[in-house]
Design a protein around this ligand. Structure first.
Ligand code: HT7
Ligand code: ZN
Length: 860
């Protein structure tokens, strides 16, 4: 297939006035009758043919203005249907079509499909064309009226309910929307219901629809929804705009959730929670994803994307908004650290490898492959930087103007930046490079004191990425401060705009000292990139002693944590590179921070947690060495055990003092205590003493504690606990996903691969369910020592399963192929083994467009 290019964008030849759809639901043969009123687009540039997308549709009948069409009147291909301009009756006309589709055979989970006897849809990005013939592109927006005919008791679609009767229901969505936001659900469902009154007094019915028996697991999602609605009113002035808001939980779902207008559809993992079955992490995810999908109502639905190249317009902004929301609901510094951990783990990895692409890509073969960490997470970082650069008030004014100017439109990044330029009178052409240039910029810093003057020089370099050998300097906001060796802040917190390859600043040190009320220091310690003010890699020649000062005293909590994290990374790298390092000193400094009861327990838990094995592999690459995943796993475990031993009494105390008590609350305070307690438990257990873990496993009253204890026991080689967990939870799909995953991810490294293989034989291994597939095959791929087993058996295992899944569900299979994206990091033998697997996948007959594109890009 040929790539699609941004520069080739053309406005549609026809727009849609309105759409009426009738669904006669049947699992193997659903009839879809569409009545669409078209009008010629005055801005259309082509010859005026009517081009409709359509895939896997059995055409039953077609008529124009009531006159049946014959096969001579149109051109039908596997991609769609075209009616030539000369066959159209004029600029405005009504097209009626009837098609038949097979939801039960739809294993790709795009379009209309069945899951546990219910019907549901997933239309983003291009699933609507599997439902009916339509201009399936986001710049065609229309109001929809939908009639559903089925014996199933609950029949839902977008918008407000119009009417219903025995075996049918009608819905009307007055807000013009692109087809990707269409949704339909029909099933034997029950709702947990509530109400919300908007700021202007609109009474909104809220429902969360689930399978019977799950209704008591919806409290937290409902609570998160109401908080999201209130927050969007308070912070962005955005009110909900329909009489009803429905959420439906589905077990078989390719991603997390989908923001269909008025009818969000969720992977059940991100809706259902009870203290016994969900961890604190699950509660966090639910809160964040419910908010994210709700916030799309304005950033995505009311204002949508002109074309899929503009995906970051809705996704980057909505991720930023959900990050702000979670920061307001919980600890802002902890949330920022967690977001940066994610960004580095997923986006930096992507940006530094063969899959690097700009936040706004310029071409794609399969758009599903571009729902990436770069579009989402780096896209959110760009909004954060923009806010940092213009200030919070101008940001708020620009957002008001964006909503006022573009409501009801399908927009571009140019439209977005224009609003900021107009509101702030600032030229943002350099900032725009963040959208068009791939790669993570590297920022380096040098500083010195001479003749009483403190000088700081910042330099930037944007690395070459596939297809983009040369880069222009980015506009990088570097927030910073300076500390004395005693830990006093000597420079007021400020932002330097690094807008050229090199920027220097200098200050009179005596003036700074006087203003800060300290004596003039001999040297200073810069605290750079505070709050992680830009998505860059920072190189600053700080000594371990400097970092220890920052860990103990930095006024910026992010950099405080960052200092400890860098120390741990350096300790691990030194161990692997066999260089000298004062690891004992690092552990002691971390112990001080972790023991500081003035600090938030959640923050202290993060201070005690080690960089991931994947981070260490990257750090080893960064110093020009070849990482050995097996050695990294051993070093990682050894350092944890060493911390457990050296900090034993402190960890015992943290464990004892941070018990939130018998009643479970998912709120940040209690969750933070559990995080600290379970981090202590982990380090203690890795010394080989499993006494505490055994006791916790016996007595756990919530899933957070049960999973934490089980992880320690599996890591300690105990198999009995896993068997008991299985016996307890075998009837619960979501909990069993955890069981499958933990047995691989926590296994002693030489056992993980055999475990994964054995688990694929387990009667509950339903590989067609994306969550279960991810919890086994994905878990193995994310367990570096097993995946990178020198025999190549890990690569073979993953490749075998990707080939198998690709035949059924290309989207989920292709996403998981990113497990191979870092292949160039490794030694020649491993590279050869991976290359052979990639070639084997590429040579598979009938390989999907999704997977072909991914494998070609990864292979480079
Ligand atoms: N906008 C949605 C992205 C999406 C998706 C969701 C579920 C299944 C398939 C999907 N394809 C694209 C989710 C979001 O960003 O909120
Ligand atoms: Zn989104």
């Amino acid at each position: 297939p040929q790539p699609i290019h941004l520069v080739d964008y053309r406005p549609p030849s026809h727009l849609v006035e309105d759409v009426h759809l009738t669904f006669r639901l049947s699992p193997k043969g659903t009839r879809v009758i569409a009545k669409i009123r078209f009008r010629a687009n005055p801005e259309g540039l082509d010859e005026g043919n009517l081009r409709l997308d359509g895939e896997n549709l059995r055409l039953i009948s077609l008529s124009l203005n009531g006159h049946p069409l014959t096969a001579l009147d149109y051109l039908l291909t596997p991609q769609g249907l075209t009616i030539p301009a000369e066959r159209l009756p004029g600029p405005a006309f009504t097209l009626c079509s009837e098609v038949e589709i097979d939801p039960e055979a739809n294993t790709a989970l795009e379009g209309l499909y069945t899951s546990n006897g219910m019907f549901c849809t997933q239309c983003e990005a291009e699933g609507f064309r599997k439902i009916t013939f339509y201009p399936d592109r986001p710049d065609v927006m229309a109001p929809f009226t939908v009639r559903i005919e089925s014996d199933l008791p609950v029949l839902l679609s977008n918008g407000n309910p119009l009417a219903s009767g025995e075996g049918w229901a009608e819905w009307h969505d007055p807000w013009p929307k692109p087809a990707y936001l269409f949704a339909l659900v029909a099933g034997d469902l029950v709702a947990q219901s509530d109400r919300f009154t908007t700021a202007s007094g609109r009474d909104v019915a809220l429902n969360i629809w689930v399978r019977p028996g799950d209704e008591d697991r919806c409290d937290y999602a409902m609570d998160a929804l109401k908080r999201s609605m209130a927050w969007d009113e308070q912070v962005y002035g955005r009110e909900y705009d329909l009489d009803i808001f429905n959420i439906v939980a589905v077990d078989d779902f390719n991603m997390g959730a989908m923001e269909n207008k008025g009818l969000n559809i969720f992977n059940s993992k991100y809706v259902l929670a009870s203290p016994e079955t969900a961890t604190d992490r699950d509660y966090d995810w639910i809160e964040g994803i419910v908010a994210h999908e709700y916030f799309h109502n304005w950033t995505g639905n009311r204002i949508t994307c002109r074309d899929w190249f503009q995906l970051c317009l809705k996704e980057g902004l909505t991720v930023f908004r959900d990050q702000q929301f979670s920061a307001d609901m919980r600890s802002a510094p902890v949330k920022r650290i967690e977001d940066v951990l994610q960004l580095r783990a997923r986006q930096f990895r992507e940006d530094g490898g063969p899959l690097a692409h700009p936040v706004r890509p310029e071409s794609y073969v399969e758009i599903n492959n571009f729902y990436t960490a770069t579009v989402y997470e780096k896209g959110a970082e760009l909004i954060r930087m923009l806010r940092e650069l213009v200030g919070p008030d101008a940001y708020a004014a620009a957002l008001d103007e964006y909503f006022a100017r573009h409501d009801g439109q399908a927009c571009t990044i140019e439209d977005w930046l224009q609003v900021f330029e107009d509101v702030t009178q600032r030229d943002l052409s350099q900032f725009k490079r963040w959208y068009t240039q791939a790669g993570t910029p590297r920022v380096s810093a040098e500083w010195h004191i001479a003749d009483g003057t403190l000088s700081l020089t910042l330099r930037q370099e944007v690395p070459a990425t596939p297809g983009q050998p040369l880069k222009e300097p980015a506009l990088i906001p570097v927030r910073l401060g300076m500390l004395t060796p005693e830990g006093a802040e000597i420079l007021p917190d400020m932002v330097i705009e690094l807008d050229s390859p090199e920027v220097s600043r200098s200050w009179d040190l005596a003036d700074l000292a006087q203003a800060a009320g300290v004596s003039v220091p001999q040297r200073v310690i810069p605290s750079l990139l505070r709050g992680f003010s830009a998505p860059v890699v920072l190189d600053a020649a700080l000594t371990p002693e400097d970092r220890a000062v920052l860990l103990a005293h930095d006024g910026d909590p992010f950099n405080r944590w960052e200092a400890g994290r860098r120390l741990l990374r350096e300790a691990l790298v030194a161990d692997l590179a066999q260089t000298r390092f004062d690891t004992a000193g690092v552990i002691e400094a971390l112990g001080h921070a972790a023991g500081d009861t003035h600090l938030d327990p959640a923050f202290r838990a993060l201070v005690l947690s080690l960089p991931s094995e994947d981070d260490i592999a990257q750090a080893i690459c960064d110093i020009g060495l070849v990482p050995d995943p097996v050695a990294i796993a051993d070093a990682h475990r050894a350092l944890s055990a060493r911390m457990g031993a050296a900090l034993g009494p402190l960890l015992q105390r943290l464990y004892a003092e941070n018990d939130p008590g018998p009643a479970y609350s998912p709120a940040a305070e209690d969750a933070g205590k559990r995080a600290l307690r379970n981090t202590a438990l982990r380090l203690l257990s890795l010394t080989g003493d499993l006494t505490l873990a055994r006791a916790q496993f016996e007595n756990a009253r919530n899933m957070t504690d049960q999973v934490a204890a089980l992880s320690c026991l599996i890591a300690g080689g105990e198999t009995e606990a896993a068997a008991r967990f299985e016996a307890q939870w075998q009837g619960d799909r979501l909990v069993m996903d955890k069981w499958f995953m933990l047995q691989i991810a926590q296994a002693p490294r030489d056992m993980a691969l055999d475990r994964a293989k054995a688990l694929t034989e387990h009667p509950l291994f339903d590989w067609k369910n994306p969550n279960r597939f991810r919890s086994v095959i994905g878990a193995l791929g994310q367990t570096p020592a097993a995946f990178h087993d020198p025999s190549g058996a890990g690569y073979r295992f993953v490749a075998d399963w990707l080939i198998r899944l690709d035949g059924l569900n290309p989207q989920t299979a292709a996403r998981m192929s990113t497990l191979f994206e870092t292949w160039r990091r490794y030694d020649a033998d491993r590279q050869e083994l991976i290359r052979a697997e990639l070639e084997r996948i590429a040579a598979t007959e009938g390989l999907s467009r999704d997977m072909s594109e991914m494998v070609a890009r990864i292979s480079g």
